[in-house]
Design a protein around this ligand. Structure first.
Ligand code: ADP
Ligand code: ZN
Length: 706
C-alpha cells in the first residue's frame, strides 16, 4: 500500500490492486474529478462498478475516505473484498465494543486505514475524526436514501446534509442506481453539493438475457428452466411469504437445493439462508423482494420472477442482482392475468394509488412488448437504445403479426351483447359455444355470437383478448369483478373499421414432465470436475471455506473463466487474468497456477495413456476395427493414434492400410491442394470416395516416408 506515490497513475493502481486492465464506462472521469477535489454525483446501475469510483481514489488520497453505507451486511463484504486486494479498510458500527471502536478511530488518526465504512446511525460516534485533518473524501453510497422521492427513504440519511457544511473542503461522492431526475436533484439539494459533477452511466445490462413467459404450468416451466442452469446460483422471486415456502418446497422435491427467505423468518434463519447462498452452499433462494438488498454476490446467474412485479424499478433492481460479474445471466419472468388482478387489489386504496396503477401499467407494457424488451426497459429510465438488443426473447424469436380486426370484432360484439357484465372466461365460453351452467342459466346460448368462435382454441382466445386489453381496445373493470367493457377505441373498431394488429399466439412447448437433474446438482460449486473451470471453482470453494470468506471474494466467476482461457503457468501471466491484482496474485497465485498445471498434466497423461492403450492392442496384432471396438472409440480415431505413434517412432506399419495407387493419388492431390494439411479438402478432392483414415495415413507417410 505504501507503494503509491504522487506519480503512480490510476491505471497502475487499477491493475495492481484490482487486477483490471481498463476502466468501465465513466469510472476514469469520475475518479479524476474526485481526485481533483470536486464533488460528484454518480448514477450507475447495479453492477456498473460504483465502488471502484471511491475505492480507487482512496488509495491515492493521503488520508482516509469515509464511506457511508446503509447496510451493515454489505459493509462487511466490501471490507473483506478490499482486504483481499491488500487495501486496508474497516467498518465502524454499534455492534463493536468500545475498545474495537477506539482502535479504529486511532488507525484513522494515524492514517493507516484507506477506507472506513459506517452506517449513518453510527456517524455521531465518529465525531473525533470527522475533521478535515483526518479525512480526504466522503463517499455516500445508496445516496437515494436521503431523498423522500426515492423508493428507499431512510431518515438517518438526512443528517448527512451537515457534512458539507462542516467539512466544505472534503470532496463528496454520492452514488446511487436510482436514475429519476427528481430524486437526483433532491440528493444534490439535501447534500448541499450544488456544483457536483453529475455522471449518468447507461442502465443497460446487456449480459442479462431477458425473457417473459405466460405463467401456464409455471412450476413445471421453472423446474425445467433451473434444470438447464447447471447448478448455478439463482433467485426465484415470489409474491408472498407463503408462496416462497411453497416454491422452495416444490423445488426441493424435484431434487434442487432451495430455501425460502422472507420477513416472517427469524433473523437467525434469514442470515443462515443468506450466508449459505453467498458462500455457494445453497443454490436457490425463493424470496420475497426483501432478499438481495444487502448482498453483494457477483455470480448469481439467473433470476426467476414467479409473478409479475408491481413496477419496473423493482423488477430491474431484482434482475440486476444477476450477472454482476459481467458474465451471461438470465432473467425469466412469468405472469398471468391473475397477477394483475391481485396487484390491483394490493394497490387499491393506497395513498398513492394513482401512481402505483400507472407504474403497474408500465410493467404490463413491458411484458406485452412485441419488439425488443430492452428498449422498453431502458426507455422507462429515459434511455434510448439505438439498436435492438439481440438478447431478449423478442429479438431472438420475433412474433408474427396478423390482421386481428375480425377477431377483435368478434370479441367486442360479444362484450356488447352481454352489456359489459362478463369477465374473460364467460366471454370465451360464449364464443366457444360452451354448455356450462352459467351460460345456459343466463340464456347466453341465444346470443348472436354464441358458438361463433369454435375455430379458435380457448387458450388462443385468451391470448387475443389479453392483447386487446393491453392495446386498449377493451378494458377490465377491476371494480366490477373484472368484467370486460368497451372503450372509445372499441367503437372506432366497430363503427369506423379501425384496423387491429395482433400477434399470433405463441405455442408453449410441451413441457417434459420432470427434468430434475437427479444427482448432478448436489454441490453448487462442485461441478463435475471435468473442465478446468470446474476444477478452479472447486479450489476456490476450498480456499473460501478455509478462509471463512465468500467464494466470490477469492475470485469472481469472470476471473476463473479468464484463467480457463489464458491457462497462466507463471506469475507474470497470472497477473494478466482479469480481476487479479498484486495482492491476490501473492495470496492465491501459486495454488491456482499449481491447479492449472496439475490439470494440464493430467490431461496430457490421459492423452498419453490413450495412445499407449491403442499401441498395446496393435502390438497384439488386432485389426483396427477390433481395437476400436475394444476401446470404444471410433476407428478413425484409432488410425489417427497409429499415425501419431508412427511419427513418434513407434513400430507401426502404416503401409498396410493404404495401396500404392492411393498413396500416389494423395501425393498428387497434395500438390493441387497447396500442401494442405487438413483432411477435408482431400476428402472433397476425391469426391468423398477416399476414406478419411486413408487420407490421414497417406499424409503421414508423405510427411515421414518409411
Ligand atoms: P455496484 O456497486 O455499482 O453495484 P460493484 O462496485 O459491486 O457494482 O461492481 C460490480 C463488479 O464489477 C465487481 O465485481 C467489480 O469488481 C467489477 N468491476 C468494477 N470495475 C471494474 C473494471 N474497471 N473492470 C472490470 N471489472 C470491474
Ligand atoms: Zn431485445
Amino acid at each position: 500500500m505504501d507503494t503509491i506515490t504522487e506519480n503512480t497513475s490510476i491505471f497502475e493502481t487499477l491493475k495492481k490492486y484490482f487486477g483490471y486492465d481498463s476502466f468501465r464506462a465513466n469510472q476514469q472521469e469520475i475518479i479524476e474529478s474526485l481526485l481533483s477535489g470536486k464533488d460528484n454525483l454518480v448514477i450507475m446501475p447495479t453492477g456498473g462498478g460504483k465502488s471502484m469510483c471511491f475505492q480507487l481514489p482512496a488509495m491515492h488520497f493521503p488520508k482516509t475516505t469515509l464511506v457511508i453505507s446503509p447496510l451493515i451486511a454489505l459493509m462487511k463484504d466490501q471490507v473483506d473484498g478490499l482486504e483481499a486486494n491488500g487495501i486496508p479498510a474497516a467498518f465502524f458500527n454499534s455492534s463493536q465494543s468500545e475498545l474495537a471502536q477506539d482502535r479504529i478511530i486511532k488507525k484513522v488518526m494515524a492514517g493507516t486505514i484507506k477506507l472506513l465504512y459506517v452506517a449513518p446511525e453510527s456517524l455521531p460516534g465518529l465525531s473525533k475524526i470527522t475533521k478535515k485533518k483526518f479525512l480526504s473524501c466522503i463517499a455516500i453510497d445508496e445516496a437515494h436514501c436521503i431523498s423522500s422521492w426515492g423508493h428507499d427513504f431512510r431518515p438517518s440519511y438526512q443528517q448527512l446534509g451537515i457534512l458539507k457544511e462542516t467539512l466544505p473542503e472534503v470532496p463528496i461522492i454520492a452514488l446511487t442506481a436510482t436514475a429519476d431526475k427528481t430524486t437526483r436533484q433532491d440528493i444534490i439539494d439535501q447534500l448541499n453539493v450544488p456544483d457536483a459533477r453529475q455522471s449518468i452511466t447507461s442502465f443497460d445490462r446487456p449480459n442479462i438475457a431477458l425473457e417473459v413467459r405466460s405463467g401456464d404450468k409455471r412450476m413445471d416451466q421453472i423446474v425445467d428452466f433451473i434444470g438447464t442452469q447447471e447448478g448455478t446460483s439463482g433467485i426465484v422471486y415470489c409474491l408472498s411469504r407463503k408462496n416462497t415456502e411453497e416454491v422452495a418446497e416444490k423445488l426441493r422435491h424435484k431434487g434442487f437445493q432451495a430455501n425460502a427467505y422472507h420477513a416472517g423468518l427469524s433473523n437467525e434463519r434469514r442470515n443462515e439462508v443468506q450466508n449459505n447462498f453467498i458462500h455457494d452452499r445453497l443454490q436457490i433462494v425463493c424470496a420475497t423482494i426483501a432478499f438481495g438488498m444487502g448482498i453483494d454476490k457477483s455470480n448469481v446467474r439467473w433470476i426467476v420472477h414467479h409473478n409479475l412485479p408491481k413496477n419496473i424499478e423493482g423488477y430491474y433492481q431484482e434482475i440486476g442482482r444477476a450477472g454482476r460479474d459481467g458474465e451471461p445471466a438470465h432473467a425469466l419472468l412469468f405472469h398471468t392475468y391473475a397477477d394483475i388482478v391481485q396487484l390491483r387489489k394490493y394497490i387499491e386504496g393506497a395513498s398513492n394509488e394513482e401512481i402505483q396503477v400507472s407504474k403497474l401499467e408500465r410493467m404490463k407494457q413491458f411484458v406485452d412488448a412485441t419488439s425488443c424488451r430492452r428498449k422498453v426497459l431502458l426507455g422507462y429510465f429515459g434511455e434510448i437504445l439505438e439498436e435492438d438488443c439481440g438478447n431478449c426473447d423478442m429479438c431472438k424469436n420475433p412474433p408474427t403479426f396478423i390482421d386481428g380486426t375480425e377477431i377483435a370484432t368478434r370479441v367486442l360484439t360479444t362484450i356488447s351483447q352481454v352489456k359489459g357484465t362478463e369477465a374473460i372466461g364467460v366471454l370465451i365460453d360464449i364464443l366457444r359455444g360452451s354448455q356450462n351452467a352459467v351460460i345456459v342459466d343466463k340464456g347466453y346460448t341465444s346470443l348472436k355470437n354464441y358458438g361463433k368462435g369454435m375455430d379458435i382454441s380457448r387458450k388462443d382466445w385468451k391470448q387475443y383478448i389479453i392483447q386487446l386489453i393491453n392495446q386498449g381496445y377493451c378494458e377490465l373493470a377491476f371494480h366490477k369483478s373484472n368484467a370486460l367493457q368497451l372503450t372509445r377505441l372499441s367503437l372506432r373498431v366497430l363503427q369506423e373499421g379501425l384496423k387491429v394488429n395482433l400477434t399470433a399466439p405463441v405455442e408453449l412447448e410441451e413441457i417434459p414432465k420432470s427434468t430434475a437433474p437427479e444427482k448432478k446438482l448436489v454441490s453448487v460449486s462442485g461441478g463435475t470436475g471435468e473442465t478446468l473451470f470446474d476444477r478452479l471453482k472447486e479450489l476456490r470453494s476450498k480456499i473460501a471455506v478455509e478462509n471463512g470468506k465468500a467464494a466470490h471474494l477469492i475470485f469472481s466467476d469472470a476471473s476463473l473463466r479468464s484463467m480457463e482461457t489464458i491457462k497462466p503457468l507463471s506469475e507474470e501471466s497470472f497477473l494478466t487474468v482479469s480481476g487479479v491484482g498484486q495482492n491476490k496474485m501473492n495470496k492465491f497465485g501459486a495454488v491456482f497456477i499449481k491447479e492449472i498445471k496439475t490439470f494440464q498434466r493430467e490431461k496430457r497423461k490421459k492423452s498419453v495413456d490413450t495412445f499407449k492403450a491403442t499401441f498395446e492392442l496393435y502390438e497384439q496384432g488386432l485389426p483396427v476395427p477390433e481395437i476400436a471396438a475394444k476401446r470404444e472409440i471410433n476407428a478413425t480415431t484409432i488410425y489417427s493414434h497409429l499415425a501419431k505413434l508412427y511419427l513418434d517412432g513407434f513400430a507401426v506399419n502404416l503401409k498396410q492400410y493404404i495401396t500404392d495407387e492411393e498413396l500416389e493419388g494423395i501425393r498428387k492431390a497434395k500438390d493441387v491442394l497447396d500442401n494442405s494439411n487438413s483432411l477435408k479438402p482431400y476428402f472433397e478432392h476425391f469426391n468423398e470416395q477416399m476414406a478419411y483414415h486413408k487420407i490421414r495415413v497417406g499424409l503421414t507417410l508423405l510427411e515421414k516416408p518409411e
